[in-house]
Design a protein around this ligand. Structure first.
Ligand code: ADP
Ligand code: ZN
Ligand code: ZN
Length: 820
């Protein structure tokens, strides 16, 4: 339980990079309410900041101490254990405690606040500066004003200091005004019958005659539910707020405000209401998990089950058992909008016991779901990355579905990985963590080899089906024999034709959206490039626009070359739009649909397309990697990969891993019903081990090759990695600070006398300019995770001191994904 009692001082952390707590005195009026974990509004350098109370005490060594201004909530936002989890996160990812808490809090918690100044006329004595006199005059003639309003009256010069000085002398008092908005509790008006106001029959009859509407409301409350929402009464009896107010004045009813939750819409997958009896493999995995749950000890399992092996059913039944044991559950899924089916299965099984947390919800909806969890009104939270911070009071099991998915890594500071936070949260709460995947991340599989995690395997499909047959199509040969640009090889085209004719469904993966990624002048070689980023712009057919996939800038389709005015320009490469167009021409009878970021924009965009696909209204579905996410459509018998090689050439040590995962996952969409599936992968690199392993459904073989490569190159999981980046709109500043960063890093390694820390770089990022900023990066690697941690903090501080301009930004990323 959070400490409560009349404490005089609070230790408060705020969301700034400075990793320390500040002491504030608690005003008398707030002492009874102050609790650890509560949100607090505090003054800091003439600003109002939202912070969190991390400790309370009755003594302080400080001589000058500021007052905290307000405690906006009745209850703490964080429990003691969440405070500790965030402290760990701050240490592990090298951010401040305040930043970690800000990240874990529901959105909209950072409220704005303003000060309004009141003149205390009886304290006016002594001498005042010219500026102070101006303030006094303004407040005298205009009444209480905020700093902004005062600035309009008398100018901004030295205003803050002048106000502070006057407040210290007691000439002014400051009042805080919290700005509404953000996460707030919503209420609606209700009416309640006043029990002892029942009139006798005669009076009642008169009442009905004179005020029939009022009487109708009154009688309804008397004979039905005595408490009802005002809106219900409006609709039912055609009354309005005035009539209800009159009834209240006459003493028949009282009106009151009642809290209510904004509930998000849920999609339910009703197939899943039915519990499957577990098959022997599932049963064995289930029993191991349950055995651990029953001991109330920490344990992490890696549930490695091939696609369609029934991992979800194991999660569902394990969670059911955990609820029976009296503890709560968190389920993380990669991205709610992409996985409506998985989420629907959880809802169908657990109904109103679930709250959902993800970024697709409005701030209010999210806050309400969050509070339902905090108050124990639900036992399960399902959500994307940030749901790992769900405030369930007694988490006993955390499931991370598709644990290899990159969306678990946050792209902005603090760059945490939700899977790693999940493991730590489970550890701190003596809970069980289940990481599930058909293609586990190298890190997790390595941890299972090292016995840090317990591996459980599901080797067969849950339904009668088997894994689909995977064929490789060597596009080097194909292009030689057919010539020209090819979307579909002859084999794949033939296979699509057959499946469509048989009324079966086809999924085609092309991991590149738009029409053509490259618009080129054949005469002089000019390429349409983004004005803000160092990349070519992609031509998009709808709207006839060029679009940058890094900053989303658009430009009209160029008619002539931007340099030599030649036309026509050529549209090189194939994106999903061009492929869709091709498919419509090649298979005139088939119903073709496209699923990529362009067709799924807007609320429920994914669910709409997937719903049509499930209903059999689409024969061929072409799309980007979002097609590979956990979908379970029994009608799909053919999966084609149009180009397996796009990911392989990425400048990232995880390129092979990602490609293997994508190919295996998309292949896993085929043959999940009772008809066998087939998969064709088009590739120019059929010998590559990632492609070969996908070809043979051989995770173990892939892991062997990959772990060997990671070992010999000294990449994670053998060494811990941190990535530092500098960014600036000025290319020279960026480059100069990259050199400075390198020097600082070397100096810090020396100062700490660390042996065996390797520096990679500095080098320009793979895309050297994004959103107008030039980006350089530098990575450090060491066998000692602790050293990387200390070094990162040291470099950050030293670079902060050495860097003399605000035009350069410094960013850190521990355990980075994607080298930018
Ligand atoms: P995974 O999550 O491992 O990819 P799913 O949980 O989606 O696999 O299961 C694939 C299909 O098998 C689903 O349609 C599911 O309803 C079904 N299924 C799961 N377990 C069983 C079982 N024990 N018996 C029969 N069908 C099952
Ligand atoms: Zn040209
Ligand atoms: Zn751009």
């Amino acid at each position: 339980m959070p400490a409560k009692g009349a404490y005089a001082y609070a230790e408060i952390v705020v969301s700034t990079p400075l990793d320390r707590a500040f002491t504030y005195a608690i005003p008398d009026a707030l002492r009874e309410r102050a609790m650890i974990g509560m949100r607090a509004i505090v003054p800091m350098r003439n600003q109002m900041k939202t912070g969190y109370i991390v400790a309370l005490s009755n003594t302080t060594d400080l001589e000058e101490i500021r007052l905290l201004l307000d405690l906006p909530d009745e209850q703490p936002v964080f429990s003691q254990s969440m405070l500790e989890l965030c402290r760990w996160m701050a240490d592990y990812y090298c951010c401040s405690w305040g930043e970690a808490l800000q990240c874990a809090a529901p959105p909209g918690m950072r409220v704005g606040a303003k000060m309004r100044y009141h003149l205390q006329q009886d304290r006016l004595e002594g001498r005042f500066s010219e500026r102070q006199k101006k303030v006094i005059a303004a407040l005298y003639s205009r009444g209480a004003l905020t700093e902004g309003q005062l600035a309009k009256e008398i100018g901004r010069t030295a205003l803050s200091n002048t106000l502070q000085a006057l407040v210290r002398r007691g000439v002014l008092t400051a009042e805080t005004i919290l700005q509404q908005g953000g996460a707030s509790i919503r209420t609606e008006t209700w009416v309640r019958l006043v029990e002892d106001a029942v009139p006798d029959t005669e009076n009642l009859l008169r009442f009905q005659r004179r005020a029939p509407k009022q009487a109708a409301v009154y009688l309804d409350l008397l004979h039905g539910e005595p408490e009802r929402a005002a809106t219900t009464m409006y609709e039912k009896h055609g009354v309005n707020a005035t009539i209800l107010r009159t009834l209240e004045k006459r003493g028949f009813i009282t009106r009151f405000e009642k809290e209510f939750y904004r509930t998000p819409e849920l999609s339910k997958d009703n197939r899943a209401t039915k519990k499957h009896p577990l098959n022997p493999d599932q049963q064995a995995a289930y029993e191991r998990i349950v055995a651990a749950m029953e001991t109330d000890e920490y344990k992490t399992f890696l549930l490695h089950g091939i696609t369609g092996s029934g991992k979800t059913e194991v999660y569902l039944q394990a969670i059911e058992r955990m609820l029976a044991l009296g503890r709560d559950a968190i389920i993380l899924v990669p991205e709610i909008s992409l996985t409506p089916q998985t989420v629907g299965r959880f809802f169908a099984r657990f109904k109103e016991d679930i709250a959902v947390l993800h970024s697709g919800l409005g701030v209010g909806e999210r806050y309400d779901e969050w509070r339902r969890a905090q108050r124990g009104e639900v036992r399960i939270v399902v959500g994307a990355r940030s749901a790992i911070f769900a405030p369930l009071p007694n988490v006993g099991i955390i499931v991370v579905d598709e644990e290899h998915d990159h969306s678990y890594k946050q792209g902005e500071a603090p760059r945490y990985h939700a899977r790693d936070v999940a493991v730590m949260r489970a550890k701190m709460n003596q809970a069980v963590c289940v990481l599930g995947s058909a293609t586990p991340s190298i890190e997790s599989y390595y941890n299972s080899e090292k016995k840090k995690f317990t591996r459980l395997s599901l080797l067969n499909r849950a339904t009668s089906g088997t894994l689909p047959d995977v064929q490789l199509i060597d596009m080097r040969i194909e292009t030689k024999e057919v010539g020209g640009k090819i979307v579909l090889s002859r084999t794949l085209e033939e296979a699509v034709k057959e499946r469509v004719a048989a009324h079966e469904q086809v999924i085609l993966l092309l991991n590149r959206r738009g029409y053509a990624p490259f618009v080129l002048c054949p005469q002089c070689g000019w390429v349409a490039e983004c004005p803000n980023c160092n990349v070519s712009m992609t031509y998009h057919q709808n709207g006839a626009l060029l679009r940058c996939h890094y900053c989303d800038t658009t430009a009209p389709k160029p008619v002539v070359c931007g340099k030599c005015h030649f036309n026509p320009l050529v549209y090189l490469g194939t994106g999903t739009q061009k492929a869709e167009e091709y498919l419509m021409r090649a298979f005139p009878g088939a119903r073709v649909a496209r699923m990529d970021a362009d067709t799924t924009a807007g609320k429920g965009g994914h669910a709409k397309i997937l719903g049509r696909f499930a209903a059999g209204e689409i024969d061929i579905l072409i799309g980007t990697q979002m097609l590979a996410k956990g979908h379970d459509y029994p009608g799909v018998t053919l999966v084609g990969v149009i180009n397996a090689d796009t990911g392989l050439s990425m400048p990232d040590f995880r390129a092979a891993e990602q490609s293997f995962q994508l190919l295996t996952q998309v292949a896993g969409r085929a043959g999940r019903g009772n008809r066998p599936g087939e998969v064709h992968i088009q590739t120019f690199r059929p010998k590559h081990y990632a492609v070969q392993a996908a070809h043979h459904h051989d995770y173990a073989a892939f892991y062997e090759k990959e772990i060997h490569y990671r070992h010999s190159a000294g990449y994670p999981p053998f060494r811990r990695m941190a990535n530092f980046a500098v960014e600036s709109e000025d290319p020279l500043l960026a480059e100069r600070h990259a050199v400075l960063l390198h020097r600082v890093t070397r100096e810090q390694i020396q100062a700490l006398s660390y042996q065996g820390v390797e520096i990679l770089g500095p080098s320009p990022a793979a895309v050297s300019r994004v959103k107008k900023k030039y980006r350089w990066q530098l990575a450090v690697l060491s066998r000692s995770a602790k050293r990387i941690n200390h070094l990162t903090r040291a470099v950050r501080d030293a670079f902060g001191t050495a860097c003399e301009t605000r035009q350069v930004q410094f960013k850190i990323d521990l355990d980075p994904y994607g080298m930018y």
